[in-house]
Write a protein that binds this ligand. Structure first.
Ligand code: SAM
Length: 362
């Protein structure tokens, strides 16, 4: 099975300039569609999860997120999980022995599932006790002034945004709000880790396709007629929308994030790139380390966790190629900040009424 990562010439995007943004209403409607999609996805039982056609891709993505967390999280860290979803990373943070967790997501259904997962699933008699206090917030991370709302709670040591930053790229204002929130809430020297679609790969596949769509048995991507020429102006690096369908996972609009634009915009907010790697490259590199090979074996994404690749299908491996992992660091000297007494704000058992709702115009 060929698992190659072809070299792709970077499309030339200039730093962001003035561009015509969609109206506030369009932007709100888009965010709502994404929120509705994720809110409607119900929690799966273990049996349903194992029967998923992309179960090994899910395990591979969990491995990538675990490696990122193990590489950068430290004991006692205060963590801000942007677009935390149903709390799929809670156990990873527990393993990293963090001290405090704040999860924010736009989808109310997901935040409620995250609460259930944090508290322990009473129906399944499974009370997983997390050792860190937590706070859960339902908000649009790319519109709401989380920098103000969480001002007294920060700064955080690490911010994670897994498989979600691309939902901010619908307009320049939203992309800036995402980065402004993250930067303002991270301590100097704090870390921003994440995963998102790899624009280079998606644009290359679009250009190779006969029409405006491409995919395989488990996913498809379709661009609007607006992009029929398959050319993207460097002056308009926001709002490049496509429809993404991933079997048993995603079915909603997403936006291209040209990485050079992301990098330079992040620098404006004092976030400096540490590394970026396509998922294929990431897997190859970190699988060389015995501790992560062992983790892969335990998660069961790639057979014996190294050479035996009988579990992950070629289709799933092709989907993995659509994503990249990145790490950024907030400028400044670590230690030059005052740590707030934020763990007092977290709870060890979260009730429905403890979930906070933030309106975007706050
Ligand atoms: C693919 S899921 C990833 C969830 C989680 N980070 C994980 O890795 O398991 C994408 C998540 O982004 C959230 N999301 C999308 N747009 C958002 C926004 N504007 N503000 C906050 N969360 C958002 C969705 O509700 C969804 O939970």
């Amino acid at each position: 099975m060929k698992r190659g990562h072809d070299e792709i010439a970077s499309p030339s995007y200039n730093p962001p300039g003035k561009h015509k943004s969609p109206s506030y209403d369009d932007s709100f409607r888009n965010a709502q569609r994404v929120a509705d999609h994720y809110s409607a996805r119900s929690n799966q039982t273990l049996e349903e999860r194992e029967a998923s056609p992309i179960i090994h891709l899910k395990k591979l993505n969990n491995w990538i997120k675990s490696v990122l967390i193990q590489l950068y999280a430290q004991k006692g860290d205060a963590v801000l999980d942007f677009a935390c979803g149903k709390g799929g990373d809670l156990i990873k943070w527990e393993k990293a022995q963090i001290g405090y967790y704040v999860g924010v997501d736009i989808a109310e259904g997901s935040i409620r599932d995250c609460k259930t997962r944090y508290n322990g699933d009473a129906e399944q008699q499974r009370r997983k006790k997390f050792s860190f206090p937590a706070r859960l917030i339902c908000a649009d991370c790319y519109e709401a002034r989380l920098d103000k709302y969480l001002e007294d709670d920060g700064p955080y040591d690490i911010c994670s945004c897994q498989f979600a930053l691309h939902y901010s790229w619908s307009t320049e204002a939203r992309a800036r709000r995402a980065l402004a929130n993250i930067s303002a809430l991270l301590r100097p020297g704090g870390i921003f880790v994440g995963t998102m679609p790899d624009a280079n790969v998606i644009i290359k596949k679009l250009r190779e396709a006969d029409g405006l769509s491409f995919g395989n048995n488990v996913y498809w991507i379709c661009f609007d007629d607006d992009f029929s020429e398959k050319k993207f102006r460097s002056s308009s690096p926001f709002g490049i929308r496509y429809q993404f369908h991933l079997e048993d996972a995603v079915d909603c609009p997403e936006w291209i994030v040209p990485f050079p634009v992301f990098k330079s915009l992040a620098e404006e907010y004092d976030l400096e790139l540490v590394f970026v790697k396509n998922s294929h490259e990431f897997v190859r590199e970190y699988l060389k380390k015995p501790v992560y090979t062992e983790l892969m074996r335990r998660l069961g994404a790639l057979g014996d966790g190294n050479q035996d690749q009988t579990t992950l299908s070629q289709e799933e491996w092709d989907v993995a190629y659509l994503y990249l992992a990145y790490v950024l660091r907030k400028r400044g000297q670590p230690g030059s900040h005052r740590r707030s007494n934020n763990i007092n704000k977290g709870k060890m058992l979260i009730k429905d009424e403890d979930i906070e709702f933030i309106r975007s115009d706050m």
